[in-house]
Ligand binder design. Structure first.
Ligand code: DON
Length: 576
């Protein structure tokens, strides 16, 4: 067992990161609202921003499939939801295609890569300590954006063929060119993120008014450079983004801000189609994201552990307790084993096997919390913001898409590359910039997730499709950094074991344990008797706002039911 060192330094870093993630809208301690279920006969889109959700539903209604709709929503949110929707970041898309058989499930990995000049030492200071300023708040943190390549690959391989990429980009281009009135979460987040945007003129010019005040409700966000960039992609495909004048402007802006990305890094970027992580939970198939996301493996580990208990007949308190024990163990494995599968060997089969879960289960005392230090050793957590975004789509043909994409922090690193309208990510902080040193989400990592040239940093994004009899049953996922995987776990358990409907599952207060720190975070609104029950078993419960947003769909005999997560303003479920 490793000893736990440098606690003071780590805690200090955590404190520094804290203001970054505090909520902008002052609702820090409020309980959660109730999601309103939306039922439709044919298809459904649930996304964090309403204009984009409607664009997706429109594509479905015009005969498009879930992949067409996802591509249109993905590009639209790069315009309408700038804090997380993006073409300057990356993400993952999990796809189920109708027609039965496991081969019909696939994933697109469009995670950012580290520029070729990034090394294990890139994010250290002169003393060899992790320097969060470098990995979170500087242009060094910018990974090569994957979204354009990922969405284009998804469309090329799995689109219906009824639409060209240009067709699917058209609504996004119009919104960027003509502008739209900012509202909801964009209005809520801009005041908080203003100082980071203010540092770069091209960013300030877009998101702040001439007097430096953030755009307010009803102000129009007009993005002509972004419209031109999207138009170039519509005309010439992803090559227009990764080569030529746009790539040159991106690299120039990043270098001018102190980064190391060069045009060749952009030219070399590839989105990768990967087999999903597959497993079973009771009578359901779980299809989720493989490394470089930790989400699918950790989710399956937890579900495999929990499958050994009859949760449908446990008390709610005991179910929560057992989920928390499973969480600690899966997050410990996450820290040890997971990283970019193209660079390190990830023991996927072992970690997701039922026998491995049985070994972990044998270490769980059903009456007493296992101290995190008895599982491994660790770090600290800081609260995260909702800086990633998830959407779920089901079409009338039986296809489904679960997509989570991100700039990492809210508005990424805050830098818009001049002349492109592209807001850039700070994804490289998801590396373990130094072994056993927490990232902004308090997640620890070791060698497997060390920074390196061309490497993809480990993610927690967990876009997931649950199948019943080979057909989409539940489509879910969430933003929230380290909170994502446990949010998805709870949606799955709430629906399958606790029999909640999707609105109930999405709205239910959630808990989170990520092994280190040795704490259980509980959302305001979790019943006092449940908190007491966890404390009695030895859990160290801290009530805290947990910013996730699990926009989800459940396919029921009565229709396709969407639930927009009530935790963030502006999310919409729209079906037809
Ligand atoms: O890939 C990851 O795990 C993180 N970069 C996601 C960040 C995130 O979800 C932030 N906000 N909610």
């Amino acid at each position: 067992m490793r000893s736990f060192r440098k606690l003071a330094v780590i805690a200090f870093i955590g404190l520094l990161a804290l203001p970054l993630f505090a909520r902008a809208d002052g609702r820090l301690d409020s309980a959660i609202g109730q999601a309103q279920p939306v039922t439709a006969a044919h298809g459904m889109v649930v996304a964090q921003e309403a204009l984009a959700a409607r664009i997706g539903a429109d594509i479905l209604q015009k005969g498009g499939n879930a992949i067409d709709a996802a591509v249109a929503v993905g590009f639209a949110m790069a315009v309408t939801y700038p804090r997380a929707g993006n073409i300057g970041g990356g993400g993952f898309m999990v796809i189920h295609r109708a027609g039965g058989g496991g081969d019909n499930d696939t994933t697109i990995d469009y995670r950012e890569t580290a520029p070729a000049a990034i090394t294990e030492k890139s994010f250290l200071d002169a003393q060899g300590n992790a320097d969060p300023q470098k990995s979170r708040d500087s242009a060094l943190a910018i990974g090569v954006p994957g979204t354009v390549a990922g969405l284009a690959l998804a469309e090329e391989k799995y689109g219906s063929g009824r639409f060209t990429l240009a067709d699917l980009l058209r609504p996004a281009i119009a919104l960027a060119r003509d502008g739209f009135a900012v509202a909801d979460d964009t209005v809520d987040s801009l005041p908080h993120d203003r100082p980071r945007l203010l540092r770069w003129p091209a960013s300030a010019q877009l998101f702040l008014k001439v007097d430096g005040a953030p755009l307010a409700p009803g102000d129009r966000l007009v993005q002509p450079d972004l419209a031109n960039t999207l138009e170039a992609i519509a005309k010439d495909g992803p090559r227009a983004f990764y080569q030529g004048p746009i790539a040159q402007k991106l690299a120039a802006a990043i270098q001018a801000a102190g980064g190391v990305m060069i045009v060749d890094d952009l030219k070399d970027y590839r989105a990768i189609e990967r087999p999903p992580i597959r497993g079973t939970y009771r009578n359901y198939d779980i299809v989720s994201m493989a490394p470089p996301s930790s989400g699918g493996i950790a989710l399956l580990e937890m579900l495999n552990i929990l499958e050994g208990y009859d949760l449908a007949h446990e008390t709610e308190a005991q179910t929560l307790f057992l989920m928390i024990e499973a969480m600690k163990r899966a997050y410990a494995d996450r820290a040890w084993f997971l990283g970019d599968p193209d660079v390190v060997q990830v023991p996927v089969a072992r970690l997701t096997s039922k026998s491995y879960a049985a070994q972990w289960r044998a270490t769980i005392d059903p009456t007493r919390a296992t101290p995190a230090a008895d599982i491994h050793s660790g770090g600290v957590v800081t609260p995260e913001g909702r800086n990633t975004t998830h959407f779920s789509i089901v079409d009338r043909f039986g296809n489904a898409v679960s997509n989570t994409y991100t700039l990492n922090f809210s508005y990424g690193v805050g830098l818009v590359a001049a002349g492109t309208g592209v807001l850039l990510n700070n994804e490289l902080d998801d590396f373990a910039v130094k072994p056993n040193t927490p990232n902004a989400y308090g997640l620890l990592g070791f060698k497997a997730n060390a920074p390196g040239p061309g490497k993809r940093p480990l993610s927690s994004m967990t876009p997931t499709i649950v199948l019943k009899d080979g057909k989409p049953f539940l489509v879910t996922g969430s933003p929230g950094g380290s909170l994502i995987i446990t949010a998805v776990l709870q949606i799955v358990v709430d629906v399958i074991d606790r029999g909640l409907d999707i609105a109930g599952a999405v709205s239910a207060p959630r808990v989170h344990d990520q092994w280190m720190p040795d704490k259980v975070f509980a959302e305001p609104g979790l019943a006092d008797n449940l908190i007491t029950a966890l404390q009695t078993r030895g859990d160290n419960v801290v009530v805290r706002h947990l910013p996730t947003s699990a926009n989800s769909i459940l396919v029921t005999p009565a229709g396709v039911v969407g639930a927009a997560d009530p935790r963030t303003r502006g999310a919409l479920a729209v079906g037809y």
